[in-house]
Design a protein around this ligand. Structure first.
Ligand code: FAD
Length: 490
């Protein structure tokens, strides 16, 4: 986009303040800095404005204004994305949905809820919990990420193995299309007529429009839950246990793997009770009817022991269960204990290839002179190698990016994919040819153009292109308070 002149910026700001009211538009460079990246801090770009609408009509008015002026715009939820998806890579408007965070309606009999996109994922389960319900998709970021962001990325989480990803829980969407029109896709019933446009929109990474209301399924809480920790001296034993459990006809709600480096970080940070000397731990959760639960747990324990587990134990009570889960769900944050920065990769592989691919991940990262911690949704074959690095060391970021690309190539070569749940965003756009042919990409492009013909809605994402407008480089910049000697970064 041609940079906006100061005069045009001022008049656009005035117009947006009239639309949204005071305190709803940011344009000072210091304030915009907060929105220069998502959870992937390798890529940064500044918007011209960050705006905070409170209703679908305000979102529609903003999008109409952007369309009229030819200004790019991108929706932003909580900014926990890990692929640069909500980056304003060509400037323009960041439309933050954080003020649209209400639960609008809950229909317990039909097991649905209608929510606004800025609702934090976990807050929906809190809202319906007292009535014995919950919202199943549970990204590890669920304390912060929004349902709108989950829709865009078709997010998964530990319980994807049994309950599926976001798309399996969405019935209808009110969306603002890139020309500012408001429309509904799907609705409140389970078998809508016509094309599955909800299915198309979910996972389109904010390139088809902005979701402003979302109809989701809510589920009855299971009668019983059993969480088991299995400890292994070798990573390949833990990997084999994952396939062995499924091969015995069991479908745990979750099967998460945590390697030694991650265990150390988590134990330093939270003391969750994972054995520090283990090569890998598997957190396995069963849920369902009380009847038969013990028998299922015994079969899980037997499968783990047959694969060489040195210890397998069930959480004794809810407090211990929560502590075990805290370790898993807070693992990314715990890496701060062992490294100044890390880059989370997100690839998928057939489960049976886990031992081979984990071995390759270690080789690739070591060849680049780096370290890696692995914590991932093993049951889905969804890997999260976390490559640790120091952004202040010249050349390290480039090595991280190169190692990440090689890892995704291996995932593709074994019949997997380059994203399980974090999306393609800006990060992996250039890797799309690892899994898609030119014809595939052209077809997807035509679908995008049907929704987003002017290309103003979240440009520069998903499709291979140059990343010229985006700053990629040393992520570390001293904050003014560091320069004044008032704070220090470790
Ligand atoms: C510690 C940590 C753990 C994580 N664990 C998981 C995990 O287990 N599973 C998983 O899937 N992800 C995980 N993530 C990634 C991330 O949390 C998810 O992708 C999440 O869905 C992003 O939600 P958000 O609200 O932060 O969206 P943002 O980062 O703000 O945006 C993500 C994308 O959604 C688009 N978007 C946002 N709102 C809308 C809307 N209303 N309409 C249209 N498009 C919109 C944006 O344009 C962007 O493309 C994790 C991230 C972190 C930091």
């Amino acid at each position: 986009m041609t940079p906006l002149t100061d005069t045009r910026k001022k008049s656009l700001r005035r117009e947006m303040e009239t639309l949204l009211g005071p305190g709803s538009v940011l344009s000072d460079p210091e304030e915009l800095l907060v929105y220069e990246s998502d959870g992937l801090t390798l890529f940064r770009a500044l918007a011209d404005f960050v705006v905070f609408p409170r209703s679908a009509e305000q979102v529609a008015a903003l999008v109409k204004l952007a369309d009229r002026e030819g200004i790019p715009f991108v929706a932003r939820g909580a900014g926990t994305g890990l692929s640069g998806g909500c980056l304003p890579s060509q400037g323009g408007l960041v439309i933050s949905l954080m003020r649209m965070n209400r639960v609008l309606e809950v229909d317990y009999e039909n097991q649905i809820a209608v929510v606004e996109p800025g609702l934090v994922n976990l807050h929906l389960s809190w809202a319906v919990g007292p009535q014995g319900f919950y919202y199943a998709p549970d990204p590890s970021s669920q304390q912060a990420c929004t349902i709108g962001g989950n829709i865009a990325n078709n997010s998964g989480g530990p319980h994807t193995l049994k309950y599926g990803v976001t798309t399996n829980h969405v019935l209808g969407l009110e969306v603002v299309l890139p020309d500012g029109e408001l429309m509904w896709l799907g609705g409140k019933t389970r078998d809508p007529q016509g094309y599955d446009l909800v299915g198309l929109f979910v996972g389109s990474e904010g390139t088809f429009g902005i979701a402003t209301k979302i109809v989701v399924r809510i589920l009855k809480k299971p009668q019983a839950v059993k969480t088991v920790l299995a400890v292994f001296d070798r990573v390949d034993q833990a990997s084999e246990a994952v396939s062995a459990i499924i091969a015995r006809g069991l479908v745990p709600a979750a099967m998460e793997m945590i390697d030694q480096l991650t265990i150390e970080a988590v134990e330093d940070a939270f003391g969750c009770g994972y054995p520090r000397d283990a090569a890998a731990a598997l957190l396995i959760e069963l849920d369902g009817l009380q009847a038969g639960m013990e028998a299922q747990a015994e079969r899980v324990v037997a499968a783990c022991r047959d694969c060489g587990a040195r210890d397998v134990r069930a959480a004794r009570d809810e407090a211990e269960r929560q502590l075990l889960w805290k370790g898993r769900k807070s693992a990314f944050g715990a890496y701060g204990r062992v490294s100044p920065a890390y880059m989370v990769m997100d690839g998928v592989i057939p489960r049976t290839k886990l031992p081979y691919v984990l071995g390759r991940v270690n080789e690739i990262v070591a060849a680049h002179g780096l370290r890696v911690g692995n914590v991932f949704h093993a049951g889905d074959g969804n890997l999260h190698p976390n490559i640790l690095y120091d952004p202040r060391k010249p050349g390290e970021e480039a090595r991280v990016v190169a190692a990440g690309a090689q890892i995704l190539k291996v995932c593709a070569e074994v019949g997997g994919s380059i994203s399980g749940e974090h999306g393609i965003g800006l990060e992996k756009a250039d890797y799309m040819p690892f899994i898609f042919s030119e014809a595939d990409l052209a077809c997807m492009h035509r679908v995008k153009e049907a929704f987003n013909p002017a290309g103003l809605c979240n440009p520069g994402k998903i499709f291979p292109s140059n990343k010229a407008c985006v700053e990629v480089g040393p992520a570390y910049r001293p904050h003014p308070i560091e320069e004044k000697g008032l704070a220090q970064r470790f």
